[in-house]
Design a protein around this ligand. Sequence first.
Ligand SMILES: [Fe+2]
Length: 264
Amino acid sequence: MIDIHHHLLPGVDDGSRDMETTLAMLQMAVDDGTTHIVATPHANTMYAYDRTAHETLLQTVRDSMPAQFASRITLGLGCDFHLTYDNLEAAKANPSRFSINGKGYLMVELPDHAIPRTTPEALYELRIAGMVPVLTHPERNKTIQQNLDMMKPWLIGGLLLQITAGALTGAFGKVAQKCALELLDRNWVHVIASDAHGTGRRNPQLSEARNFVANKYGEETAHRLFYDNPRAAFEGSSLGEQPTPIGLHEDLMPKSWWRKLVGK
Ligand SMILES: [Fe+2]
């Protein structure tokens, strides 16, 4: 499994508080079957994002890993990116600065409650600048929870969706779980990641969610969401063929005389 959303770096945001926690998170992920992790420190008004400093710290993490699991995990660097004016300008000026391994896929986090009115334009500008925005945990956003359809134009514009493994297994409550399932039912999800912040409730384990997805949606879907698509993001390559999203394009197509006649 490949985890592209993980607050692994010690002491830089509200994720791992120290190197000991970081190594415990890594041990937990390796034991659970994860082979690649992207460290995604926040870039928002609370936490400044210094790519060079984060790269240096990530190398320190690599150098600190015990031999028993160092060979079993590959680490990369990305960002948990907020759509602030300054962030947007910086990303447009240098698209590799915030993206996963500098290769274009960008994890985008919205505020928990409200959706800024400028969100569609911001996502569009990121696309035009050559990045592939990946919206993190829409299932946990209070506004989106009430209206999943609001994401339709964003998805048609090329936005990808990442849901949280813990949301599927109930760690974020029943509403988030229901939304995560609804998004999976619609084939709107591209990646499932941990968004790990420590070793407690928000830990890096993915396998329970992976098994759940494999049982409910099939092994092929589980492989696509936990391995194929996150690997493309890790490597900066194009996604393979995806299943047709349900309910995304139908409303936008003019009704034929036959559909009008039969009321569909
Ligand atoms: Fe995050």
